[in-house]
Design a protein around this ligand. Structure first.
Ligand code: COA
Length: 364
């Protein structure tokens, strides 16, 4: 007998061999590899993406090939550049990314291009799309001549036109590993639903971008920074958060459906936020964030999710707030593609049933 589970909580909606979330309360494994291990060993995100998408750790030769594919697919056609330039500066970057990938899907549709090429274009092109649009509106050229394969470093270089430091590259690599995959989260499930109708990969990815944009999902990293910026000091933050909780408002960057003990990604990115805070002792953001964390633990027994400390880490790296969620998408595209391929391999149309709550049959 089926029963209604609001938000599909607890419903097993499919099988996957890609990822386990919180099986021991606070762990996250990608095809059996712990994110703690991947981050400690500073595994290049490109290799993590390869492993997620194609199913296994790349050989050194495959890793080289994968890096080469990414570098060679960073460029975008002139027609897409014109489209991006016609999108107003006031647009939401996630909408720009959605449009960019959607347009690219018309130029390189599946079928015309082989699977490896579509995958490479999706994995490689996000940072260029966003940097091109963003820089166009501030009268700056976008450089795609970054000499290394790392996508995080490439994005900073394309955006700012200068080489990122080793620490900045390492922070971005960690961030991208952490954001790569998270099982049946809302955007991934969206991609699987679209795929289950036998639609194409671009359509599934574009739909997933729309789902990730929302503040209850990927948009939380931007909302967390807006929250931190509302306060002048840790004491101010404590007062403000207590007031918000009294009004039953949600504190963005806290809570999680799947983790019961702690979000393991939070401590890994917090390490980088703390490192940046040491360099920028004049900036209050980390002290404010830590006080909010303490208040939430004390008052609500809630822990920060991955988005919370991503906010000060990105902000202190000089990344503009509206570009936070697109970076999440540049990384998560690996997980989305992995799930699209897995859904295709064992496809059945995803079509749940519903509980009707409207009027009984009546005459017009
Ligand atoms: N701040 C304050 N209270 C929160 C909260 C938060 N961030 N997250 C959940 N709660 C409270 C809810 O108000 C609710 O309380 P109630 O039972 O008294 O009404 C209870 O915890 C359950 O919340 P609910 O929204 O039903 O949980 P969920 O499992 O549906 O949602 C999230 C999970 C992540 C969507 C939710 O915790 C949230 O909205 N967090 C903020 C957004 C965020 O950081 N998203 C990124 C996720 S990685």
């Amino acid at each position: 007998m089926s029963h209604y589970a609001p938000g599909l909580e607890g419903v097993i909606a499919g099988q996957t061999a890609i990822c386990t979330v919180g099986r021991e309360g606070n762990d996250l494994l990608y095809r059996g590899y712990s994110i703690v291990d991947l981050c400690a060993k500073n595994v290049p995100w490109e290799e993590v993406a390869f492993m997620l998408i194609w199913g296994g750790k790349p050989t050194p030769q495959q890793a080289d090939q994968c890096r080469g594919m990414i570098v060679s697919h960073r460029g975008i056609p002139d027609s897409l550049k014109r489209v991006l330039e016609s999108i107003p500066a006031s647009a939401t970057p996630m909408d720009v990314l959605r449009t960019g990938w959607s347009f690219l899907g018309n130029i390189h549709p599946e079928g015309a291009a082989d699977e490896g090429e579509v995958v490479s274009r999706l994995v490689a092109s996000g940072p260029t799309i966003i940097a091109w649009w963003y820089n166009h509106h501030r009268g700056q050229a976008t450089r795609i001549d970054y000499p290394h394969a790392d996508q995080g470093g490439y994005f900073l270089h394309a955006l700012n036109g200068k080489m990122p430091s080793d620490d900045e590259r390492r922070l971005m690599n960690t961030s991208m590993i952490l954001y790569s995959e998270h099982a049946f989260n809302a955007s991934t499930f969206t991609a699987r639903v679209v795929t289950s109708t036998l639609s194409d990969m671009w359509s599934a990815i574009v739909a997933a971008v729309g789902a990730l944009k929302g503040p209850l999902h990927g948009g939380a990293n931007e909302e967390a920074m807006h929250l931190i910026l509302k306060f002048k000091s840790p004491d101010d933050a404590e007062r403000g958060v207590l007031e918000m909780l009294a009004k039953k408002e949600k504190i963005m960057g806290f809570g999680h459906r799947a983790y019961k003990v702690r979000d393991p990604r939070s401590d890994l990115i917090r390490h980088w936020a703390a490192k940046l805070a040491e360099k920028h002792r004049d900036l209050p953001y980390m002290a404010i964030a830590e006080r909010i964390d303490q208040v939430m633990a004390r008052e609500k027994k809630m822990f920060p999710n991955t988005d919370f400390y991503h906010a000060p880490a990105y902000y202190m790296s000089g990344i503009p707030i509206p570009l936070f969620t697109p970076i999440f998408a540049f990384a998560r595209v690996a997980g989305w593609i992995a799930h699209i391929r897995e859904q295709r391999a064992e496809n059945r149309l995803i079509r749940p049933t519903e509980e009707y709550t409207g009027p009984e049959k009546r005459e017009w």
